[in-house]
Design a protein around this ligand. Structure first.
Ligand code: SF4
Ligand code: SF4
Length: 445
């Protein structure tokens, strides 16, 4: 997927942003009056509803089953009543079904629990099934089914597990919270993954601000496998899984990128937390950040919570300029705040009207080459930008490898002319995907 160099060149050193909550506090968000649950919250086929409008369900009960291996089941985030099942627009597939659930006010919200699992007492196939049945997906934002990634890694005989403890976005603070508050879950998830992969080799990679907390967390690994700790100087976007693997493998004499697999710290903690407690995914750990919030920080948010409700609970100002789903570098501006939190959500940034007023206007490209130097996958953003402005999407894809762009935002960040390069690339990709879908549909007709 990425460029061909070992390690990686490019990337940027971001100014140290004050984290929204350095003490690792995780607050529990209350239930919204109505939760909206799309049946495709993961990369893969949509799940299939097993409930109907009017059904009463208990928190943790199955709402939608996985029909094939690329899907994961969806469970009720709250005890409540299914209000209706609707069809909603979906950028990937056109439409997707969505369950609307009204939590029962005053209910104890006791969860349906399965038997708790201990990794050492389970076979690898039992653990894989349990991970799937719990509805676990990658916590890095890509939301790929974890059982699938793990099964493929097992099949190809991966012998090193890399735990990615690098914050995906500046200003997010999930990593210190996980290290401080979920140490036992992390170690339990680690044992589970190593058991499935049938290896005892693991590396935990963090950036220097989290080095001490990671060391303290590993001090607790007295009677089990203990990963080697790698503390890297901060450099965005080295937390992207493939870049991290290449970086670690280039520095290591012990393994190559092909012999390792990366799981995010959040995914490892989820596996430990859920399987160890016989629980399923009902909520999502998010950082709510931005200068438009009075109480930014980490929140455990029930799935299906509308973005506007979550922001209001974090003290959102009445006048926001925009809300980004995701972070400052890779986030997407939301058109409305009704959109629900899903298993793919990693955080929200609420930008106040005050700071937006200071945003500079784009000017012409001065061919300085800053964007080229910053691109971690060796693309030529300046050239891609020119083609985007001319609408030459085919040339962007065929001659300038647009598909390699993973929208890290480094080029936009460094551009002295403030050209919104990454937004232009996103739009071009969407245009290209739609043209391809149309061509496929016409060929099939
Ligand atoms: S957004 Fe794309 S083109 Fe720009 S730096 Fe990142 S990968 Fe390169
Ligand atoms: S950084 Fe901006 S101004 Fe410089 S070459 Fe790239 S697009 Fe042009």
């Amino acid at each position: 997927m990425f460029g061909l160099r070992a390690g990686f060149a490019g990337g940027i050193r971001l100014p140290v942003t004050e984290r929204s909550d350095g003490d690792g506090l995780i607050r529990q968000l209350a239930f919204a009056p109505l939760l909206r649950l799309p049946l495709r919250q993961h990369a893969g086929a949509a799940s299939v509803a097993v409930v109907r409008a009017g059904d009463e369900v208990q928190r943790g009960q199955l709402l939608a089953r996985a029909e094939d291996d690329s899907a994961v089941p969806l469970h009720a985030p709250a005890t409540g009543r299914v209000v209706r099942i609707t069809e909603q627009a979906d950028a990937e597939t056109g439409t997707v079904r969505e369950i609307e659930l009204a939590p029962l006010p005053g209910d104890t919200q006791e969860e349906v629990l399965k038997p708790a699992l201990v990794a050492e007492r389970c076979r690898p196939d039992e653990l894989l099934l349990a991970i799937r049945e719990a509805g676990i997906v990658g916590q890095g934002g890509e939301a790929g089914p974890t059982h699938l990634r793990l099964a493929r890694a097992r099949e190809r005989g991966v012998r090193v597990l890399v735990i990615n403890g690098i914050e995906g976005e500046p200003g997010f603070c999930r990593v210190p919270a996980l290290l401080a508050r979920h140490a036992r879950d992390l170690l339990s998830g680690l044992r589970c993954l190593l058991r499935v992969l049938e290896t005892d080799q693991a590396v935990l990679a963090v950036e220097s601000p989290d080095g001490e907390a990671a060391g303290a967390m590993l001090d607790g690994a007295v009677d089990g496998p203990c990963p080697t700790l790698r503390i890297l100087p901060p450099r965005y976007p080295q937390g992207a899984a493939e870049l991290l693997l290449r970086r670690l493998a280039a520095d290591s004499r012990d393994f190559s990128a092909a012999e390792a697999v990366v799981f995010s710290l959040g995914t490892v903690a989820e596996i430990g937390r859920l399987l160890g407690g016989g629980r399923v995914v009902t909520d999502q750990l998010l950082t709510l950040a931005g200068d438009g919030l009075r109480e930014p920080g980490n929140y455990r948010v029930p799935l299906g919570t509308p973005v506007g409700f979550a922001l209001a609970r974090a003290g959102a100002e009445a006048e926001l300029d925009r809300v980004l789903l995701g972070g400052l570098m890779r986030g997407r501006s939301l058109a409305g705040l009704e959109r629900p939190i899903t298993k793919a959500s990693t955080g929200l940034v609420a930008v106040s009207a005050r700071s937006a007023a200071r945003l500079p206007q784009p000017t012409s490209c001065i061919r300085c080459g800053e964007c080229v130097a910053a691109c971690p996958v060796q693309l030529h953003p300046a050239e891609l930008g020119l083609l985007a402005r001319r609408g030459e999407v085919e040339a962007m894809v065929d001659e300038w490898h647009l598909e390699r762009c993973f929208e890290c935002g480094c080029c936009s960040y460094v551009c002295p002319s403030h050209i919104p390069l990454v937004q232009m690339f996103r739009a071009a990709k969407l245009q290209h995907r739609r043209a391809r879908q149309l061509a496929t549909a016409e060929a099939a007709a």
